[in-house]
Ligand binder design. Structure first.
Ligand code: ADP
Ligand code: MG
Length: 336
């Protein structure tokens, strides 16, 4: 855990809401294709082949899932003539003489592709299971839908439960569809979801929570959430994310382990408690001993020893924090 200075610990202590980015933070962000459904007259492999042609130029983890699946089925690739990534929506590409569009529902209607009721029904069913659905089509019609699945990170549910036990509100934010997001939120134990947020609007959502009086920690991987990491009162980067995330954040969890969020907030609270105890000890000694020494009731040797002992007690009390991380991990945060 990399902490950029003591002031960060002080801010961690005041956090009231922890906002988690979904993809790559609560989930692994390594997606895989699990199902394909097409309209009549289109084969699933053909659809996958065209979708992969469009996605070949995208850096999105969804794109990687589709391209890998096409490669796994040994479908020959098309030559891509041109492409346009539409951030938070999908991709439009020219391949094999066709304009292929792949992405979310909204992109289909924006590009005037007709979506059949049966494909819509299939998409909704997958979304209710927490799958992300990619719609793909050309020449005026959505030709098929592809279901992509991500998995929760180890410890994600434990981290969320631990934060809630500390009395914090936990919220998930994502560009993904509301139905998909809701299904994943239930699985991980998050009570509140802000879904279908465009990349540039994540920072607005953080600001909105702050205006409502919340002190916000945002946990993200920097893939389209770097500005929001800066806006948050406490920006926490997942170390497996991008360099820009680490640069934009106050705190970095190098291992990519989300339970570090819980450790950081609990550690900051514990640190403050130790600071207060130390103050109480040091003041106590001085308030009692100085007047005694002043009126001559304390032998100078004893006064000197008491002075030294006050420093020793403060230092030993502080050193107890060294054991903190180990205790949290062995008990998975339960004894906080
Ligand atoms: P997240 O907040 O989960 O990181 P993004 O803002 O990157 O999500 O994307 C939001 C949604 O837009 C995705 O869930 C997906 O439906 C769609 N999308 C974005 N890029 C692509 C792509 N290359 N191919 C297909 N769908 C995409
Ligand atoms: Mg993301």
């Amino acid at each position: 855990m990399l902490i950029k200075g003591g002031e960060v610990l002080e801010r961690s202590r005041r956090v009231t809401t922890v906002l988690f980015d979904k993809t790559g933070t609560l989930t692994r962000g390594q997606m895989s294709l699990v199902d394909v459904e097409t309209i009549a007259g289109e084969s699933p492999d053909e659809l996958l082949r065209w979708a992969a042609a469009a996605e070949a130029s995208s850096e999105h983890p969804i794109a990687a899932a589709i391209v890998n699946a096409a490669r796994g089925r040994e479908l020959p690739a098309f030559d891509v003539e041109s492409f346009e990534a539409v951030p938070g929506h999908g991709i439009v590409a020219r391949a094999g003489g066709r304009e292929v569009i792949a992405g979310r529902r909204k992109l289909m209607s924006d590009r005037n592709l007709r979506l059949s009721p049966s494909l819509e029904a299939q998409a909704e069913a997958w979304e209710a299971l927490g799958r992300t659905v990619v719609f793909a089509g050309w020449d005026g019609d959505v030709r098929g839908v592809l279901a992509v699945a991500d998995t929760l990170k180890d410890g994600a549910s434990e981290a969320v439960a631990g934060l809630r036990r500390l009395g914090l509100e936990v919220v998930m934010i994502t560009g993904d569809n509301a139905r998909t997001a809701e299904a994943i939120a239930v699985e991980v134990g998050v009570g509140r979801v802000i879904a279908e947020v465009l990349p540039q609007d994540k920072v607005t959502e953080v600001r909105r929570l702050q205006e409502a009086g919340e002190v916000v920690a945002l946990v993200g991987d920097g893939i389209n959430d770097a500005p929001a990491l800066v806006q948050a009162d406490l920006g926490i980067a997942i170390g497996t994310g991008t360099d820009v995330a680490i640069e934009a954040s106050d705190l970095t969890l190098i291992s990519g382990d989300v339970e570090g969020v819980l450790t950081a907030i609990a550690l900051s609270r514990r640190t403050l408690r130790v600071i207060r105890q130390n103050l109480a000890w040091a003041f106590g000694y001085n308030v009692a001993a100085i007047p005694l020494a002043a009126v001559g009731l304390l032998h100078p040797v004893i006064a000197g020893a008491a002075m030294a002992f006050s420093s020793v007690s403060v230092v030993s009390n502080s050193l107890r924090l060294r054991r903190f991380g180990r205790r949290v991990h062995s008990s998975r945060g339960k004894s906080l």
